[in-house]
Design a protein around this ligand. Structure first.
Ligand SMILES: Cc1cc2nc3c(=O)[nH]c(=O)nc-3n(C[C@H](O)[C@H](O)[C@H](O)COP(=O)(O)O)c2cc1C
Length: 356
């Protein structure tokens, strides 16, 4: 199975990369990502100032993570003198260096890091939503490098397509979509306190809970700008998720929170699972997935669900959850055609796929 993907001159042996965050915060961790066989390496965001990070700063729930981390706690000098030479010695995989945030930061960081970078990704998480400011940042980066670079879009940017058009016209090669969602909040009832938050009491949410938003952002941008590279990130936790992002239009896919919730061996597992998942859906390569356009047929007439009797375990979940009170149990599960709205909830929730 051919897992290769390439964009803007970067060639990746497979589409999965780590997303910027604590798991790529120094040389040891990036070497772990190399050894896990990730298609490319992405660093923690490097900036010019020292971050003041509250502790604790990472909360893990079942389907999401919340964090109040900032950028790398290591200085640009430590990255340039220690980590980046070590990583380059160990790995010939494409290295995407994450940098942040302002035009003034870029004037310092891009020339300094350029000798080590195969590409840059640029966080815009803390710079507000003024596109004229972001445009100047992009122009500054382009004036200092000929390498590909990708602006990372945060969910609080109001118009992703306008953001994409602005950064493309100013010289960026693409986008990374999306950063974590927020501001969001975690309250500890026991102690009547906000334990996992910054000075304002807020944290950022990531992980499986934001996957649908990330997919929609990737898709929206790709529908508007077909030839603009988009790297998808947000909520990935399986090979199936990677395929979903590729179908939405991503050229590569990043993951962080999934590995913090399920274990760091998830990178290697997904890369191992990917050929099996592709074969299961009848794909012969990653490139074939990326070339597939999504079928978007919208039906407005309700269709009554059907029970696959031999699969049904009579768990009754569908009778409990039906929002239209249309499912009963009379010797077997029955659907009331007068009440059923054809909403589809029972089909998606049936644990044994006994409803079609
Ligand atoms: C603890 C933590 C730290 C993060 N640090 C950064 C960072 O330094 N730079 C950045 O661009 N994104 C950062 N992110 C955002 C992730 O790179 C990613 O965009 C987001 O978490 C969504 O992907 P995920 O659901 O796979 O985690 C961080 C996320 C978390 C949870």
């Amino acid at each position: 199975m051919n897992l290769k993907t390439s964009f803007d001159g970067l060639v990746l042996s497979n589409p999965l990369m780590p997303a910027s965050g604590p798991l790529v915060g120094d040389a040891e961790k990036l070497i772990f990502m190399h050894d896990s066989d990730c298609g490319a390496l992405v660093s923690k965001t490097i900036s010019t100032k020292e971050p003041h990070i509250p502790r604790p700063c990472i909360y893990g729930d079942k389907e999401y993570v919340m964090n109040s981390e900032l950028w790398s706690e290591h200085s640009k000098e430590v990255w340039v003198n220690e980590f980046l030479p070590q990583i380059k010695k160990h790995s010939d995989k494409p290295l995407i260096i994450s940098v942040g945030y302002t035009k003034e930061d870029m004037e310092i960081l891009i020339p300094l890091l350029d000798p080590f970078a195969d590409a840059f990704e640029v966080s815009t998480h803390y710079v507000g939503t003024d596109l004229s400011v972001i445009k100047q940042t992009v122009q500054m980066i382009r004036s200092h490098t000929s390498k590909p670079f990708y602006m990372k879009i945060s969910p609080h940017i109001p118009n992703p397509v306008l953001f994409a058009e602005t950064v493309r016209n100013a010289g960026a090669n693409g986008l990374v979509a999306i950063n974590s969602l927020g501001p969001t909040m975690k309250i500890d009832v026991e102690t009547r306190s906000i334990r996992y938050g910054n000075a304002d009491g807020f944290a950022w949410t990531s992980g499986p809970a934001i996957k649908n938003l990330a997919l929609a952002t990737v898709y929206t941008i790709k529908q508007a700008l077909h030839d603009f590279t988009v790297i998808g990130v947000g909520g990935v936790k399986s090979a199936d998720d990677v395929i979903e992002f590729l179908l939405a239009g991503a050229s590569g896919v990043q993951m962080l929170s999934g590995a913090m919730l399920k274990g760091k061996d998830l990178y290697a597992k997904i890369i191992k699972d990917l050929p099996i998942a592709l074969a299961k859906y009848g794909f012969e390569s990653v490139e074939e997935v990326m070339q597939t356009s999504l079928n978007k047929e919208v039906v407005y007439t309700p269709v009554l669900p059907e029970l696959i009797v031999e699969k049904c375990t009579e768990c009754m979940l569908c009778t409990k959850i039906c929002p239209y009170f249309a499912i009963d149990f009379k010797e077997q599960i029955t659907f009331n055609p007068d009440k059923c709205f054809g909403c589809g909830l029972c089909i998606s929730k049936c644990p044994v796929k006994a409803i079609k």
